[in-house]
Design a protein around this ligand. Structure first.
Ligand code: HEC
Ligand code: HEC
Ligand code: HEC
Ligand code: HEC
Length: 114
C-alpha cells in the first residue's frame, strides 16, 4: 500500500519536471494578438521559471483600472483594489492557463480571470 503511494507521488513529480523544461507553451488572448514573444515575460526563449510580478508591472503599471463587479445584490467587488491589499498578479493570472480568483480562498465570487 505504502509503496503504491510513493510510486504515485513520484509520477506526479515526473510530469511537473517535463513541464518545467522550457517546452514551447502557447500564450492566449491579447498577448498573442500583440505578438509578445517568450522573452517579453521570461528572460530567455527557453524559459524554466515563471516571471515575477515586476515583469507584468513593467508593462501594465502597479494597478490596472477595472470596473467593479456586482458579486451579490448591491455588493460590488474590485479584484484589483480590495480590502485584502496587494496580491501578486500571478495569484490570479496564469497566462498559459485559465486563471484562478485568489479571493475565492475565502469568498465564492463568480468572477472569471483572463
Ligand atoms: C505575458 C507573459 C508571458 C509570456 C509572453 C510567456 N509566458 Fe511563460 N509564463 C508566464 C507566467 C505568468 C508563468 C507562470 C504560470 C503559473 O504559475 O501557472 C509562465 C510559466 C512558463 C513556464 C513554466 C515554468 C515553470 O517553472 O514551471 C514555461 C516553460 C513557459 N512559461 C514557457 C513560455 C514560452 C515557451 C513562451 C513563449 C512561447 C512563454 N512562456 C511566454 C508568462 C508568460
Ligand atoms: C511586454 C509588455 C507586456 C508584459 C510584460 C505583460 N503584458 Fe499583459 N498585456 C500586454 C498588452 C499589450 C496587452 C493587450 C492590451 C489591450 O489590448 O488592451 C495585455 C493584456 C493583458 C491582459 C488582458 C487579458 C487578455 O489576454 O486578453 C491581462 C490579464 C494581462 N495582460 C496580464 C499580464 C500579466 C499577469 C503579466 C505578467 C505575467 C503581463 N500581462 C505581462 C502587454 C504586456
Ligand atoms: C485577485 C485576482 C487578481 C489579481 C491579484 C490581479 N488581477 Fe488582473 N484581473 C483579474 C480579473 C478577475 C480580471 C477581469 C476583470 C474584468 O473582466 O473586468 C482582471 C483583468 C486584468 C487586465 C485586463 C484589464 C482590461 O481592461 O480588460 C489586466 C491587464 C490585468 N488584470 C493585469 C493585472 C496585473 C498586472 C496584476 C498585478 C499587478 C493583476 N492583474 C492582479 C484578477 C486579478
Ligand atoms: C483571507 C480571506 C479573504 C480573502 C483572501 C479575501 N477576502 Fe474579502 N472578505 C473577507 C472577510 C472575512 C470579509 C468580511 C466578512 C464578510 O462580509 O463576508 C470580507 C468582505 C469582503 C467584501 C464585502 C462583502 C459584503 O458583503 O459587503 C468584499 C466586496 C470583498 N471582501 C472582496 C474581496 C476581494 C475582491 C478579494 C480578492 C481580491 C477578497 N475579498 C479576498 C475575507 C477575505
Amino acid at each position: 500500500m505504502r509503496k503504491e503511494i510513493v510510486l504515485l507521488v513520484t509520477s506526479i513529480f515526473a510530469v511537473n519536471a517535463a513541464y518545467a523544461l522550457g517546452q514551447p507553451r502557447s500564450v492566449s488572448g491579447k498577448h498573442r494578438a500583440n505578438q509578445l514573444d517568450c522573452r517579453s515575460c521570461h528572460e530567455t526563449s527557453e524559459p524554466a521559471f515563471p516571471p515575477t510580478k515586476e515583469v507584468c508591472i513593467s508593462c501594465h503599471g502597479e494597478v490596472v483600472k477595472i470596473r467593479p463587479t456586482e458579486v451579490a445584490p448591491g455588493v460590488m467587488a474590485n479584484v484589483h483594489e480590495s480590502h485584502y491589499g496587494e496580491i501578486d498578479c500571478l495569484a490570479c493570472h496564469r497566462i498559459h492557463a485559465k486563471g484562478e480568483l485568489y479571493c475565492n480562498e475565502c469568498h465564492k465570487f463568480g468572477i472569471k480571470v483572463k
